[in-house]
Every structure is written in structure tokens, then in C-alpha cells.
Design a protein around this ligand. Structure first.
Ligand code: NAG
Ligand code: NAG
Ligand code: NAG
Length: 557
């Protein structure tokens, strides 16, 4: 009798709740965005080129949110090619459906739209979004995301007098399609033509400050291929945040920001009232490129003078030492009132070690990039949808191994299986003499160590198991290793990729399928009702499967 009741009313209740749930959580505020994607002429380096604009803007409009906000972003693709946006560093809890990469979402066809329903659950910090398909990112379409703490959660520094976003990155005057053509033909990208700060070349962007006040600068490296160093003439930088972690407030003359990474710094305008250079220059690159902007004191009596301050170029140990010194402030709050340090990651037992080694092979006469001897090939259907609809023959679990295997590189749609709630150690081993930057979607990890040379079990003795920073993008120095600890607490199909866009495009990426046998909505959201279907998923219905053994429903876990 009871069993009967259950089987009758549970699905009904599920349907009722799902209509509430379909856009995340009812209790948390919503922010709505309508974004029109078009081509438009831009000439950031003085050369006219075809840019990707959002609502007519390059860079795109910022997303300014507060922890737990629901972000409803309706994206209209008015380009003549398929388009997707992804959200660099947003954790997308239970929601790889909205991650916006080719392994999770069907592209938005030209002339069509798709409404992303995101929730910035339990996050604070500085992030950005960008177009994920082809080489679109080389044409723009990126913008800033910030997630402020909720009003009652303490922030470990006084409210700044103002905030500025700095989107900095290398830039090519060749069109995104020309760059894609070079890669498709098996060539290497040329040296970038310059750096942009907020879509501008040198001296064309001004940040205005009042003397005596302190400002927060949120810096993201949105570039395609190079690390940058950031500095401000005559001023110190106080690092306060790294991708959502409040850091120890170390003071620097300059800060390295690798591809895909974000930081907040505090700057106090405590110098003579004049104008100063704000400088970004490339790191670990054969040719040093630089861009300057102006820090303008409101009461300035003099325009910029002297040379822009020089920065480090190849000094690896300098960078490594700075990276090791960027640590969590264990007593500061994160997105929740309890201290960041209350999760003792160093005391959790590792259930698995994954060693990921990058390489740059030539396959069939063409340049490819690979990890553990597999160079990723996209499928004709998002892997997440293939998984959901049980469409066989799209990918094979285990098509990428847990350690380097030393065999010739093969091209595959590589997916690694992982268990929900396992706690893994990942070692990025970089045998190449170029700097690597790795990004993981859907996961936040602890950076436990990095060093020159080859990692071995003995390297664990130098791990920082106390106050390593949590983030989603980490650098690996040339001929060096970086180790992270990662609680796999987010079910989904997640992209693991090089943040160097040429490398990811030519195969230095794979998917991590974090799985559980339970289909509880507490572990994973249902497929969105508006999910776009494509390839072998065409004609399937977005049916919602509910695990009837689930005892409780929680709208706000
Ligand atoms: C496209 O936009 C309309 C509103 O203009 C919205 O109702 C619809 O759900 C959107 N389509 C998708 C697939 O999200
Ligand atoms: C860490 O955070 C605490 C609490 O907000 C703050 O008082 C302290 O100054 C911070 N310490 C450092 C070194 O940043
Ligand atoms: C970790 O493993 C050790 C040894 O097997 C065990 O004694 C300890 O209780 C485990 N710790 C946790 C937090 O599970």
C-alpha cells in the first residue's frame, strides 16, 4: 500500500517541484541578462578587424553578482556560425548542463538563442566568461564576472573606495578564422601582435583614483597563449583574492597572472598627485610584449613621466617563489561565515593519484597537443548528452589513463571516469620547456605544491598541506610539476583543459566524468527543459528521470 502510494505521488510531487526547480533555487535572487552576439568592427591595435561583440560591446558586459544569485543569461547568436559561452571558474554545482563547452552543450545555431540558468552557489571572487568554440575567443566575446560576499559575511579588508576590472591578454590582429586555419593546417600560431587591457592597446584606458583612498583591481588573464606580469608605477600591490580564495595579504611590486587565472589586488593611492603607468607585459615568451594604461589621480598635476617600470620576463624562480607564497588566509571567511581554513584538506585521505603529462607531438604530419598520449577529438554530440541519452559509441571511459603511458599519441574523444566524493591527487607533469596553465571546470582544488623537475612520491614531503590556495586554474612551470588535491564533490561531465587556447584546440584537454549511481536531484540537476539537441541526440526528448527511492527533497542544499 505504502509502496503504491509512493510510486504514485512521488513522480507527481517531482513534477511539481521541478517546475519550481527548473531555474535553480526559488529563494535566492535572480539576475536576468539578454545578450545579443554580433560581429562588429574593432581596432584595438589600430588595425581594423572583425570582433565578436555582446550588445555592441567589446569586451562584453560585466556580470556583477552576489553569492548564491541565479543568473539567467539569454544568448542570441547573430553570428553566421555556431556559438557557445563558457564561465571560467564558476563551479556550476550539479549543473554541467550549463557549462557551455562542446562536451556539455550543443552549439547555439546561427539565428537562434539559448538561455543559460546558472547559480553562483557558495562562491565569491573574480572570474570571466568567454566563447568556447573554435577560435572565437581571439575575436572577443569575453567579459568579467564578479561574485561579492553576501552582506553579512565578513570580508578580510575594509570596503574599497572603488573597484576596477582589468581584463588583460595577448591579442592577434589576424581574424579568429585565420588563426583557426593556421591551426587546422598543422601550423603554430604566430607571436601575438600585442596585449590589450580592457580591449585597448597602450595608453588608451584610464583608471581614476582619489588620493589617499584604496581601490580593488580585479585582474583576469583572458589571453590565448601567454602569461602576463602586472604592475603599477610607484605603487605596491596587496594581493587579497585568488579565484575566490581570500589570500594572505602579501605586498608585491608586481604580480604574475597566468592564462585563465584571476586575482584581486588592493592599491592605495598614496603617492604624489600625478599620473602613473599601469603595465602588463608577457612572461615566459620569446619576445616581450607590453601594454600600458594610465592610473590617474583625480587631483593629478602631471601626466605620466619616465619609463613604464620593467618587470620580470623569464625569471622562473621569482615566479615560483611568488606562487608558493600566495596562500589562504585560514581565518578569513570565504562564501560562508565559517573560516576558509575549517576544511582541513591535508587530513583527508587520497583515494587516487592521477598524473597528467602534456606533450606536443606531430600526428599525421600536423602539430597536435596531447595529455597522457591522447590528443582530444570532439564528438558530433556533447558527451554529456550522449551519456544522458545513453547513445553508445561516442566515447569510452578509460580512453585516457591515470598516468603517462609512453606510447605514441592517438586521437580520441577521451573521457576519464571518477567517483563522486572521491578525493584525488592530480600531478601535472610538464616535460616541455614552455609554461603550462591547466583549468578544470566544475571543480575547485587545493594547490599543494609545485617545483622544478620530475615529480616522485618523495615530492609529497614538500607539499603545503595547511594553507594552499583553492582555485580552478593553475600554472606548471617549464620542466616542472604542480600537484593539487581535489574533492570531487560535483557530479557532471567536466572539461579539463589547457588554458592555452591553441593547445586546447589541438587536443590538450579531456573530460572528467564525475559519476554516482544515484540519480538524486541533490547530486545533479535534471536536463534543462530548453536544452538544445544536436547530432545523434536530435529528436530525443529531454525526459526527466527521477530516482524514486530518494526520501527527501531539499530545494536549498
Ligand atoms: C529563447 O528566448 C526566448 C525568449 O525570447 C525564451 O523563451 C526561450 O526559452 C529561449 N530559448 C532557449 C532554447 O533557451
Ligand atoms: C586574515 O583574515 C583575518 C580575518 O578577517 C584578518 O583579520 C587578518 O588581517 C588577515 N590576515 C592576513 C595576513 O591577511
Ligand atoms: C586515513 O587513513 C588512515 C590509515 O589508513 C586512517 O587511520 C585514518 O582514519 C584515515 N583518515 C580519514 C580522515 O579517513
Amino acid at each position: 500500500m505504502e509502496g503504491n502510494m509512493k510510486s504514485l505521488w512521488r513522480p507527481l510531487m517531482a513534477v511539481a517541484l521541478l517546475s519550481l526547480l527548473s531555474f535553480c533555487n526559488g529563494e535566492d535572487p535572480y539576475r536576468f541578462y539578454t545578450w545579443i552576439i554580433t560581429y562588429g568592427d574593432i581596432s584595438p591595435l589600430g588595425v581594423k578587424q572583425k570582433g565578436i561583440l555582446i550588445n555592441g560591446k567589446f569586451p562584453g558586459p560585466p556580470i556583477e553578482s552576489v553569492t548564491n544569485d541565479n543568473l539567467i543569461v539569454n544568448v542570441f547568436n547573430n553570428l553566421d556560425e555556431p556559438f557557445l559561452l563558457t564561465w571560467n571558474g564558476l563551479q556550476q554545482r550539479r549543473n554541467s548542463w550549463q557549462d557551455g563547452v562542446h562536451g556539455t552543450n550543443c552549439p547555439i545555431p546561427p539565428g537562434k538563442n539559448y538561455t543559460y540558468a546558472l547559480q553562483v552557489k557558495d562562491q565569491i571572487g573574480t572570474f570571466f566568461y568567454f566563447p568556447s568554440l573554435a577560435m572565437h575567443r581571439a575575436a572577443g566575446g569575453f567579459g568579467a564576472i564578479k561574485i561579492d560576499s553576501r552582506p553579512k559575511i565578513p570580508v578580510p579588508f575594509p570596503p574599497p573606495a572603488g573597484e576596477y576590472q582589468i581584463l588583460v591578454g595577448d591579442w592577434f590582429t589576424k581574424s579568429h578564422n585565420d588563426l583557426k586555419g593556421i591551426l587546422d593546417r598543422g601550423g603554430d600560431l604566430p607571436v601575438p601582435d600585442g596585449l590589450l587591457i580592457n580591449g585597448h592597446g597602450s595608453d588608451r584606458f584610464t583608471f581614476t583614483v582619489d588620493q589617499g583612498k584604496t581601490y580593488r583591481f580585479r585582474i583576469c588573464n583572458v589571453g590565448l597563449t601567454t602569461s602576463i606580469n602586472f604592475r603599477i608605477q610607484g605603487h605596491k600591490l596587496v594581493v587579497v583574492e585568488a579565484e575566490g580564495t581570500h589570500t594572505l595579504q602579501n605586498v608585491y611590486d608586481s604580480l604574475d597572472v597566468h592564462l585563465g587565472q584571476s586575482y584581486s589586488i588592493l592599491l592605495t593611492a598614496n603617492q604624489d598627485p600625478k599620473d602613473y603607468y599601469l603595465v602588463a607585459s608577457t612572461r615566459f615568451s620569446s619576445r616581450v610584449l607590453a601594454a600600458t594604461s594610465i592610473l590617474h589621480y583625480q587631483n593629478s598635476k602631471q601626466t605620466v613621466s619616465g619609463l613604464p617600470p620593467p618587470g620580470p620576463t623569464i625569471e622562473t624562480d621569482w615566479s615560483l617563489n611568488q606562487a608558493r607564497a600566495i596562500r589562504q588566509n585560514l581565518t578569513a571567511s570565504g562564501p560562508r561565515p565559517n573560516p576558509q581554513g575549517s576544511y582541513h584538506y591535508g587530513e583527508v585521505n587520497i583515494t587516487r593519484t592521477i598524473i597528467l603529462q602534456n606533450s606536443a607531438p606531430i600526428v599525421n604530419g600536423k602539430r597536435r597537443y596531447a595529455v597522457n598520449s591522447v590528443s582530444f577529438l570532439p564528438a558530433d554530440i556533447p558527451l554529456k548528452l550522449a551519456d544522458h541519452f545513453d547513445i553508445r559509441g561516442v566515447f569510452t571511459l578509460g580512453s585516457i589513463k591515470d598516468s603517462p603511458i609512453g606510447s605514441p599519441v592517438s586521437l580520441q574523444t577521451s573521457v576519464m571516469a571518477a567517483d563522486f566524493r572521491s578525493f584525488v591527487e592530480v600531478v601535472f607533469q610538464n616535460p616541455e620547456n614552455t609554461l603550462q596553465s591547466w583549468h578544470l571546470d566544475g571543480q575547485i582544488f587545493f594547490v599543494v605544491g609545485m617545483n622544478r623537475g620530475q615529480w616522485s612520491a618523495g615530492s609529497r614531503s614538500v607539499y603545503n598541506l595547511r594553507d594552499g590556495v583553492t582555485r580552478s586554474t593553475v600554472q606548471v612551470y617549464p620542466e616542472s610539476w604542480t600537484a593539487i588535491y581535489m574533492p570531487l564533490d560535483n557530479v557532471g561531465m567536466w572539461n579539463v583543459r589547457s588554458a592555452n587556447w591553441a593547445r586546447q584546440y589541438l587536443g590538450q584537454q579531456f573530460y572528467l566524468r564525475v559519476n554516482t549511481d544515484s540519480s538524486s536531484l541533490r547530486n545533479e540537476n535534471p536536463i534543462p527543459k530548453n536544452a538544445l539537441l544536436c547530432g545523434r541526440a536530435l529528436g530525443r526528448k529531454s525526459e526527466i528521470v527521477v530516482d524514486e527511492t530518494e526520501e527527501q527533497w531539499e530545494l536549498n542544499v
